[in-house]
Ligand binder design. Structure first.
Ligand code: AVJ
Ligand code: FE
Length: 445
């Protein structure tokens, strides 16, 4: 990786177009926020919104400016201030004040200058640092996917911003109506599945996707659909948030210390419940996927007499062809590229759809809604695969989170870009993080 060569290499135009598209995604999000609200902190565990305006640009600058183009910093203080986000473990929350952050126009000025400098060099189509083509492709993919991940995590963040502080875009997907959901389980026979990505000179993957390896998964049964709001409401109405024995010990401490008595995306309204959508509060859509933390998903599983799937079980239900050998599909539905008939992903909506909206997206076993419409929590703690090597230019991307305090999520949400719907992509969050577009389905063994 990052082998210096004497000749100059071409910057691939398709990657430049993808970078431009990713920038549009993050720009669009900041434009949803009324300008007097950019110093708000919608999620207590995260930075104020203004940080992210600087961060998505500082990241590209810190990654590419010097390494690829040999450029010198014009603002080292901002390069450091905006370098990394935060994910406090153990309850310590940030307590900075709005006045601790630079003024909006300074941050926007810094961001614009970075784009201008990087674009000037990217358009020249060569890297004076003499990186080989593989290294340059890898770095650009890192910049693109990092930004697209923030297009999603910013959407979670702005979801928590009060409705009167944001401006709804005029476009939106029309409401999808389906047959009522009839939950059932599907038997998955014992067999092999491959996790991770084969090392190659063409495909991009993050450090945590390597090495590819095959595991044998014992037989299990899995919910055909993600757990719906209707099912979760039944669990809640059974008094489950008051039943200590349903909860993992730290989950119980968390809900009692923070008075958590329902999903963060729900709001009580008299005797009924509302769903807190991105731009609207609506009566709880009973057939849509519930969004909850890992701890809430675990408690539901215990109440239902089931469990969360392991990462390998989820992978097998999603990708195995079911014919007994080790062959598998690129996507649950087959090898076709993702499109809007196959799932609720790639920015096609701001909120979840009914869990049976996309039968064309079913896996070989008939398991539905695996990609998009909400990530799915697994019971697998985030840890390296055998052969893991951190990227030398971003050692902490995954390694900082191999602490047993984060769990693997698979699948994707309505705000997950199509490029990250690849089978080897792994997401992770802490078990008490309620703000992600994530739900779950259960297994029985
Ligand atoms: C992979 C989504 C867990 O948001 O913490 C963004 C992605 N890392 N900037 C996160 C990430 C650094 C990461 N997740
Ligand atoms: Fe980041």
């Amino acid at each position: 990786m990052l082998v210096a060569q004497n000749h100059e290499v071409t910057v691939p135009q398709d990657l430049l177009l993808r970078l431009a598209d990713a920038r549009q995604r993050t720009d669009e999000l900041f434009h949803l926020v009324k300008s007097d609200s950019l110093y708000e902190r919608p999620i207590p565990e995260r930075h104020r919104i203004i940080f992210y305006i600087g961060h998505v640009e500082a990241f590209d600058w810190n990654l590419l400016g010097n390494r690829v183009f040999g450029l010198k910093s014009f603002h080292p203080e901002f390069d450091r201030l905006f370098a990394f986000g935060i994910d406090p473990v153990g309850g310590g929350l940030p307590d900075d004040k709005p006045a601790d952050w630079p003024a909006q126009d300074q941050v926007y000025g810094y961001a614009a200058k970075i784009r201008q400098l990087l674009d000037g060099h990217l358009r020249k189509e060569t890297s004076p640092a003499g990186l080989d083509e593989f290294s340059l492709n890898t770095l650009l993919n890192v910049a693109i996917e990092h930004r697209l991940m923030h297009a999603e995590t910013l959407a979670y963040m702005l979801h928590q911003l009060p409705l009167d502080r944001k401006m709804a875009p005029s476009t939106g997907r029309s409401v999808i109506t389906t047959e009522p959901v009839r939950p059932r389980m599907i038997e998955i026979p014992a067999g092999p599945i491959t996790l991770g990505l084969e090392r190659s000179r063409t495909a991009f993957g993050w450090d945590n996707e390597y090495d590819a390896h095959t595991v044998d998964v014992p037989a299990f049964a899995i919910d055909q659909y993600k757990v719906t709001n209707r099912q979760y409401l039944e669990f809640l109405q059974a008094g489950s948030y008051q039943s200590k024995d349903l909860w993992p010990a730290d989950g119980w401490n968390w809900i009692t210390a923070n008075n958590v008595s329902h999903p963060i995306f729900w709001k009580r309204s008299g005797d009924s419940w509302l769903y807190r959508g991105m731009f609207d509060e609506v009566p709880l859509p009973l057939d849509a996927s519930v969004y909850v933390s890992h701890a809430e998903a675990k408690a539901y599983g215990r109440w239902a007499g089931k469990d969360l799937p392991t990462e390998a079980e989820w992978q097998r239900a999603a990708y195995a062809t079911g014919d007994g050998n080790a062959s598998q599909r690129a996507y649950p539905w087959g090898n076709a590229a993702p499109n809007e008939r196959l799932g609720n992903f790639d920015f096609s909506a701001w909120d979840p759809t009914p869990v049976n909206s996309f039968p064309d997206g079913n896996s070989a076993f008939g398991v539905a809604d695996l990609l998009g419409n909400g990530w799915e929590w697994t019971s697998t703690p985030f840890a390296p695969f055998a052969g893991f090597e951190p990227f030398p230019f971003y050692r902490g991307y995954s390694a900082d989170f191999f602490d047993g305090k984060h769990f693997v999520m698979k699948g994707g949400s309505a705000r997950t870009a199509a490029c990250m719907l690849r089978s080897s992509f792994r997401n992770w969050f802490q078990p008490h993080y309620q703000y992600v577009y994530a739900g779950f389905r259960c297994v029985s063994r």
